[in-house]
Design a protein around this ligand. Structure first.
Ligand SMILES: [Fe+2]
Length: 428
């Protein structure tokens, strides 16, 4: 009996030590940007226990990984304790690596002594003239672990050199539920530790109990805790990290919080962002579509507020989600298909998760391609002269694509992905 008790005691001590170690170990490590992607990188993660001395370490990659530990720069993390709906609490951390060299590969790890993550890699943005690719995903939202994970792996295997992923909202089904986020991070695996994320919040990322000063739902604190986005948005706290701009080489990406599409502060800010000195390509990202693809949906008020601004400032491409049915328009001006060389935006709605809706017939005359009942990912390749867009299904088949070719006066739309545009993903 005594022997049994002694072994039980030893087992308990070992079990507790193991669990304490796990509680200090970084989880949900994810890259995003709050500053210039050419000279900075933000990393977010969490631990079960609160750690006062959590840090990030960053080092420019040279030829030998053994040098990382000695030559890395250490940056103190910013912690925030978050209590989830179940009552469990976690500490979320952000670290900002700044003063980086453009166009360089870096290694980083996060944690603290004895509780480090593995070393991961990222690359800073380079010269505006260099071509690059990025992924665009519609709503992930449902059955993420079981049914979205394969699509994410197919996407990453297709173009692992892509520099970031843009999400058009509804990252999870319930933004306040930690179990949803557990699925999200498990499904992505190491992808978000290597490929930064740019996200616009969807309606499912909001908290129905929390309203802003105009009566719109606020983005859930648990969504915000996981990432670090720019804070250059409209003047109001609830737009911090939910509406912002990011410049990456030849592209300016403007992210809107369409849960508050009717907020005049965001509209004024959007116009000033569009009127600012521009990059060769302007892409706007948000959740609720201007031209709905899902049945019985039509965001008339949102369209009346946003489309005239996109047309006035010749936005090149608008990326959206929400409708669980794929649709991609030609160039559209004042509600009609415009000429291939018109200064007018193209609109896309996509879906990556398994929840599917029926087709909306209202705007079929504007669409160049509509696809139902199919999980999709998109790869966009940009250089100052070309913007190439390719939409693929889980089996790798190209389902849609086009190229915008920049000329002296505006752009010309070509209804196919041009290999000359440097898009290796179009033909495999
Ligand atoms: Fe949605």
């Amino acid at each position: 009996m005594r022997r049994w008790m002694r072994w039980t005691f030893i087992w308990l001590v070992l079990a507790c030590a193991g669990s304490a170690q796990d509680e200090n170990q970084p989880q949900r490590i994810v890259l995003s940007w709050e500053r210039d992607p050419a000279t900075s990188q933000s990393v977010s993660w969490r631990t079960v226990r609160h750690l006062d001395h959590a840090v990030g370490q960053v080092v420019k990659v040279k030829e030998w990984a053994r040098m990382f530990d000695d030559s890395a720069r250490t940056v103190k993390a910013r912690p925030a304790r978050i209590k989830t709906q179940t009552g469990a609490a976690y500490t979320h951390y952000n670290v900002l690596f700044d003063r980086l060299e453009p166009g360089a590969r870096y290694a980083y790890r996060v944690g603290c002594e004895d509780h480090w993550s593995e070393w991961n890699l990222f690359r800073t943005a380079g010269a505006d003239s260099a071509a690059f690719s990025f992924f665009y995903l519609g709503d992930v939202q449902n059955d993420i672990r079981s049914e979205v994970a394969p699509l994410l792996r197919a996407m990453y295997a297709d173009a692992p050199q892509s520099r970031f992923i843009v999400f058009a909202g509804d990252l999870v089904n319930r933004g306040s539920e930690d179990a949803n986020w557990a699925e999200f991070f498990e499904a992505f695996g190491h992808i978000l530790r290597m490929t930064p994320l740019i996200a616009a919040p969807g309606n499912h990322d909001t908290d129905k109990e929390m309203l802003d000063d105009r009566g719109n739902r606020k983005v859930d604190p648990l969504y915000l805790a996981h990432f670090a986005f720019p804070q250059d948005g409209p003047e109001a706290d609830h737009f911090k990290e939910t509406a912002y701009t990011l410049d990456y080489q030849c592209a300016r990406i403007i992210v809107l919080n369409s849960n508050a599409y009717n907020d005049d502060r965001q509209l004024r800010w959007l116009e000033s962002a569009l009127a600012a000195p521009r990059k060769p390509w302007t892409i706007v990202l948000f959740h609720h579509p201007v031209y709905s693809t899902g049945s019985e949906r039509d965001n008339t008020e949102l369209r009346a507020m946003l489309a005239p601004l996109f047309e006035k400032y010749a936005v090149d491409l608008v990326l959206q989600g929400h409708d669980h049915y794929y649709g991609r328009t030609g160039k559209i001006f004042q509600g009609k298909i415009a000429a291939a060389d018109a200064a007018a935006p193209i609109y896309a709605v996509s879906i990556s998760g398994p929840k599917m809706y029926k087709q909306n017939q209202t705007f079929t005359h504007l669409m160049r391609r509509m696809i139902g009942e199919t999980q999709l990912y998109q790869i966009l390749t940009l250089s100052p002269r070309y913007l190439t867009y390719v939409c693929k299904s889980l089996d790798g088949e190209v389902k849609d694509g086009f190229t915008l070719v920049r000329q002296d006066q505006g752009t010309v739309l070509v209804e196919k992905p041009l290999p000359a545009a440097g898009c290796s993903c179009a033909v495999r």
